[in-house]
Design a protein around this ligand. Sequence first.
Ligand code: ADP
Length: 159
Amino acid sequence: MRRVVCPGSFDPMTNGHLDIISRAAALYDEVVVAVLINITKKTLFTVDERIEMIEEVTKDYDNVRVDRFHGLTVDFCTEHGINAIVRGLRAVSDFEYEMQMAQMNYRLSSVETLFMSTNPQYSFLSSSLIKEVAKYGGDVGGLVPESIAGKLHSRLAEG
Ligand code: ADP
């Protein structure tokens, strides 16, 4: 089975993430969306909430499943019999860091990294920018899945 992982924070998932995941799902037998548990990073949504949101949004993709991990992505890959990581590349600014990570991951475990160019519709999108815009009442419609926009506004309203 050709299995690939899409790792990330997904705090929260945007339509840019969803675009990459759905395109990967068309290429691979199974796509594992792996949510990083990083206790040192302050996030708006808990790991459980993020997983639940991604599961809801991807429920129509039979070959997408959602999991969590901490530590090295390559260790997650080894444990789950995965030999490739898919990452979305938005702009040249993403390239330097992503290239370095890809080379390190290959060096550590011979896990390949495949870069997928972002749909230009979403190339300016990041979870942090979405949170910033939503915080000040900006319209995030069409930029995050509808179910997530609702949860984002409620969470921000809680202060
Ligand atoms: P990380 O903290 O690992 O960067 P993110 O949740 O921000 O986690 O991103 C996870 C993956 O989704 C990365 O491969 C990232 O490049 C990709 N990604 C983020 N935003 C977009 C976007 N707007 N379009 C396409 N891919 C994206």
